[in-house]
Design a protein around this ligand. Structure first.
Ligand code: XLS
Ligand code: CA
Ligand code: CA
Length: 436
């Protein structure tokens, strides 16, 4: 396969001293770290929507990027060419996974039946390409937010007819994800949210969203789809208030509607920061509550308040993320999907490679740093020491709920003012710098 990126050869590991921008400096797929290869730890995936369908349009102008696989006037020919280009890209880059929305891979036709036929045709080709290349599907999903019919949401739409359309689309997307051996299936809220409460019955909309997800769980069992379901939190964009706004909010929703057994979360770095949290915070919340599933690896811009979906290059971020992921036991069905787009001025096919190589190297460095941090146990020890009071007989009694206000008051009256200790933040930050 050398048709769509003829200038690019397979990307190789050349080590930190290499000056070749088309080589890995840190990502060595088969290098073992803590008993697993880098490829097994990181489980990199490439997203179809930005990487192959994104052409650099923004609210001020159309796309700037011209791709050779977009040349045909026939939309199905474009779909076929794009699929071949995508697998050429995955193979040359050396990633093991990809992710897509139904409408990314096959264009919508006039009727749902016709659209599904188109999808089937492309899925059949994708199945063969997966087999030939060894690239697997990390997760599939539905685009129930771009078409005009979804202007007021899919599962939370005021119209039951639109709800039914969304359900039909999800049904089909789950079937094709299963057909392609997908290890997961993502529900991102799309337009599930609101602009104004003056026209919105929020409680009812959330009940409907939960009903849709319960139907998906039932259907998953029916067709014996074994992939993991994920919800992907995002606080805003496209709507002012997205219902799945952050990990805590999703956790509450899953609990309220009795969906916790069937869902984990897909945490996107840029969505975390839009929600006013750090990427690490969202990951840690998920680990602590047993709901970390997969990750959309990207970053936002410190100065911009929207979803810029930039390539992750910040080693602090990748180090801390991998530290939490490793401490949480690592990925099972999930992985690091690059939900990222090259900037509007990065118009060459090479830019797609530079961007992904840099992101993979950034996470490889993060992984190596995190493994060293875990081995050194310095941070774990600092935390243990800080909470040591809870491991004394007195602390344990509180944790085990063997005492109440009365006993605690008696204790305080007897023992007086508690001792306070330094949080040692700066010292720990300096320690972290030693690993970067
Ligand atoms: C949009 C989301 C979307 C999901 C998949 O902001 O990140 O791309 O990951 O629907
Ligand atoms: Ca995402
Ligand atoms: Ca995003």
């Amino acid at each position: 396969m050398n048709k769509f990126f003829p200038k690019i050869k397979n990307i190789k590991f050349e080590g930190p001293d290499s000056k070749n921008p088309l080589a890995f400096k840190h990502y060595k797929a088969n290098q073992k770290i803590m008993g697993k290869t880098m490829a097994e730890h990181l489980r990199f995936g490439v997203c179809y929507w930005h990487t192959f369908k994104g052409l650099g349009s923004d609210p001020f102008g159309p796309g700037t990027i011209i791709r050779n696989y977009n040349a045909s006037n026939d939309p199905m020919q474009v779909a076929e060419d794009t699929l071949h280009a995508a697998f050429e890209f995955f193979t040359k880059l050396g990633v093991n996974f990809w992710c897509f929305h139904d409408r990314d891979i096959a264009p919508e036709a006039d009727t749902l039946a016709e659209t599904n036929k188109r999808l089937d045709k492309i899925v059949k080709m994708a199945k063969q390409l997966q087999k030939d290349s060894g690239v697997n599907l990390l997760w599939g999903t539905t685009n129930a937010f771009s078409h005009r019919r979804f202007l007021a949401g899919a599962g939370t739409n005021p119209s039951p007819q639109v709800f039914a359309y969304a359900a039909s689309q999800i049904k089909k997307a789950m079937e094709v994800t299963k057909e392609l051996g997908g290890q997961g299936y993502v529900f991102w809220g799309g337009r599930e949210g609101y602009e104004t409460l003056l026209n919105t019955d929020m409680g009812r909309e959330l009940d409907h969203l939960a009903a849709l997800l319960h139907m998906a769980v039932d259907y998953k069992k029916k067709i014996r789809f074994k992939g993991q379901f994920y919800i992907e939190p995002k606080p805003k964009e496209p709507t002012k208030h997205q219902y799945d706004s952050d990990a805590g909010n999703c956790f509450a929703f899953l609990q309220k509607y009795d969906l916790l057994d069937d869902f984990k979360l897909n945490i996107e770095a840029n969505h975390a920061t839009l929600a006013g949290h750090s990427f690490q915070h969202e990951l840690q919340f998920c680990v602590d509550n047993g709901i970390l599933g997969s990750v959309d690896a990207n970053r936002g811009d410190l100065f911009l308040g929207w979803d810029t979906d930039q390539f992750p290059t910040d080693i602090y971020d990748t180090t801390l993320a991998m530290y939490i992921i490793l401490k949480g036991g690592g990925f099972t069905t999930g992985g690091l999907n690059f939900d990222v787009k090259v900037r509007r001025q990065s118009i060459d096919p090479e830019d797609l490679f530079y961007a992904h190589i840099g992101a993979m190297d950034a996470f490889a460095r993060g992984l190596k740093n995190a493994a060293k941090m875990l081995k050194g146990k310095k941070f774990e020890r600092a935390i243990q020491k800080r909470y040591a009071g809870w491991d004394t007989a007195f602390g344990r009694k509180i944790e085990r709920k063997q005492v109440g206000f009365k006993e605690l008051e008696a204790y305080t009256l007897k023992n007086g003012e508690p001792e306070v200790q330094s949080g040692r933040q700066e010292m720990l930050e300096n320690l972290l710098n030693g690993y970067i």
